[in-house]
Design a protein around this ligand. Structure first.
Ligand SMILES: C[S@@+](CC[C@H](N)C(=O)[O-])C[C@H]1O[C@@H](n2cnc3c(N)ncnc32)[C@H](O)[C@@H]1O
Length: 232
């Protein structure tokens, strides 16, 4: 039998994929690493099918390794005898807790069959929410900007974990970027906020991302001239 790593999408239950929904509905047990992913999963799974695991909120590597080893010891026998799921918001392979479980299972329980169901990641959902188009031929880099960090370099960046938007903003503006922010995009839980004013985001909320684009960026698309006022 199989352990399914299922991406739930950004938070709205109807953005779970059809495949993800079908597997959730037939899973014997569904493990969830957090409150938000649990509330999305509960749209498709009975409360008594939700499995209990302790997920550590620590950066201590030793504690993390131990906790994931214990979690894998609970999950592995269940996945040998039935179909179980482990859900994460967004996609299971993008900045996700699922990676800890996958690596631990591969190291200590390599006989467990594992299948991953991709989800709509915030990495792509942001474009629709913020009205951004990444044209064919353009590059887009994913970075982390926790605790006020301002990574720079690429022409266009999507920044996760923007926990101190005012500080991140200052660094990005200084480096010549235009920046827009999205908080709780496509999420049922909490209010969605889209803004280019970092003071509106002074209160810390983990589910905040930013899109930064170089101010002097030339958009090379045959139809871009129309938006710039060209009349060819
Ligand atoms: C640990 S990463 C998980 C990413 C997830 N696996 C995915 O593919 O979207 C968490 C970060 O993703 C971003 N994020 C995830 N979901 C979001 C949402 N619905 N709205 C805004 N940002 C989101 C935030 O920057 C957050 O700090």
């Amino acid at each position: 039998m199989t352990l399914y790593g299922i991406g739930l999408g950004p938070g709205e239950a109807d953005l779970v994929t059809v495949r993800g929904k079908q597997l959730l509905e037939r899973a014997d047990i569904v493990y969830s690493p957090g409150r938000l992913s649990r509330s999305v999963a509960l749209e498709y799974v009975d409360e008594d099918a939700i499995g209990d695991l302790d997920f550590p909120m620590t950066k201590d590597e030793e504690k993390l390794r131990r906790a994931w080893k214990e979690a894998a010891e609970v999950v592995a026998p269940k996945a040998r005898e039935g179909d179980v799921a482990f859900v994460t918001l967004g996609d299971p392979n993008v900045y996700s807790t699922f990676g800890h479980l996958r690596r631990t299972l591969e190291a200590f329980h390599s006989d467990v069959d594992l299948e991953i169901v991709p989800g709509v990641s915030a990495m792509t959902a942001f474009a629709t929410a913020l009205g951004v188009e990444i044209e064919a031929g353009a590059g887009l880099s994913l970075r982390e900007a926790a605790n006020g960090a301002s990574p720079t370099g690429p022409d266009r960046m999507i920044l996760f974990k923007v926990t101190d938007a005012p500080a991140t903003h200052e660094g990005l503006i200084e480096a010549g970027y235009d920046v827009r922010y999205g908080r709780r995009l496509f999420m049922e839980q909490g209010e969605t906020l889209i803004t280019d004013d970092p003071t509106e985001l002074a209160e810390r909320d983990y589910y905040t991302l930013a899109y930064a684009e170089r101010q002097d960026l030339e958009i090379e698309s045959p139809t871009a001239a129309f938006q710039r006022g060209g009349h060819q």
